[in-house]
Design a protein around this ligand. Sequence first.
Ligand SMILES: [Zn+2]
Length: 502
Amino acid sequence: MRLLLAMMKHETNTFSPVPTPLARFGPSFDKTGPGPLYDEAAIAAYRGTGSGLGAYLDIAEREKAEIVLPIAAGAPPSRPVDAAAFEHIADHICAAVARGGFDGIMLDLHGAMVTESYEDGEGELLRRIRALDAATPIAVAYDMHANLYEAMISNATVVAGYRTYPHVDIYDTAKRAGDILVRAIRGEARPVMAWGNVPMLPHVMRQGSGDHPNRELQARCAAMGAEGALAASLFTGFPHADIANAGLSAVVVTDGDRDLAERLRDELLDRAWVERETFVYKIEPLREALARAQAMPAPAPGQGPIVLLDHYDNCASGGTMDTTIVLGEIIKAGFDNVAAFAIFDPDAVQQAIAAGIGAEVTLSIGGKLAMPQIPGDSPPLEITGTVKTIANGRFRNKGPMGRGVATDMGPSVVIDTGRVEVALISRHVEPSDLNCFFSLGIDPLQKRYVMLKSRVHWRAGLGAMAKAVVDCAGMGVCTSDYSQLIFKNVRRPIYPLDLPNR
Ligand SMILES: [Zn+2]
């Protein structure tokens, strides 16, 4: 057996100002610097990890297959992908496809990639692959935040999506897609797919798979396995994308039974539509939220910190990670024994490094990336403190999310103001893993408060340690106030932007 494996992952926030050049497609752990990994370096980086490629590599090795992995390219969410970056990635994959001789193709994609030229990046990649090779079966694993298009399904043989958010089943999803593909290659299964969407934009803060209603919807997807579905997936979608097909969708794969696939798909979409009001998020004003947090009793030893969630500025949804509204209010209100992760500010990091460990510094942090697509200003914040930590910002994830995968925060420092330890980093990393803190010499379990720039993924690594969580409405391009976003291209009408609760 000969298998072609590849990864192309980017969740595009069309409201984000953060650039998406090829160099953003890390993990940049190898000596050649930032950018995608290729061939043997890609195999070495992902073998044995809890990633989609890790699952495909395990399947390929189990099948004693010859492996071709031309490129592994994954970037943190940001604005539409540079046209040249997309062409580079697609060209590498398509060149391998054109050489031919594969029994199967296994792709680890995101499903919400928008490029400067295409609003459906994955569909465009798959269309090009199918134009070169109309026959070889293709498996695709998509993120739960995928915004599905016809080309993303019709040009694939089998599709599976994550069932968890935080995404702790990335490996399992690719394993499910890849195993079905192997059965198809052997002639043991004949996958057929039915997909569809409903006009609704579930709020990201309401999409967690530990919460109603997504918990029940995802459980239903899993249960469909006992009713003849090879794979059933419900995508909550990524709403910070002003594209026609943003929103909730579903796809069901069965073994040759199209009627069943359509019936199960309709059931998932109907169940989700009934829950549309439950997917709406209610915002608490920042001052009220912080006052509530201050009134909470201090955690007893071992209880874990109170999480202050700066969810408007989540870099893993395209946020600049440099807005300072929430951190500024925390400092002004006199919160004590706080760790804050993190402000993205490569310049401030270099100033702290130049000052050295133990030096007292006054830095103007954050507020450097303009956000023309949302209202308001995000000013820089002046802080004074000592340089507690200087680090290269690299670690491997503890898990459960992306266990073993290399993460690179770039040069990183911690400034200790006496009350607040502020992490400053040089590459966008959402705090979904405890090693974000441990690698910088911060033990979040010893803190009364931990400020996180995150929405749901923080729960993967840090959820179990939190005594309480307080949502803090700040500023950023993943604003939870959708009235701040100007949608021009999404199909209308769509709930909750237009539709009454009917
Ligand atoms: Zn996602």
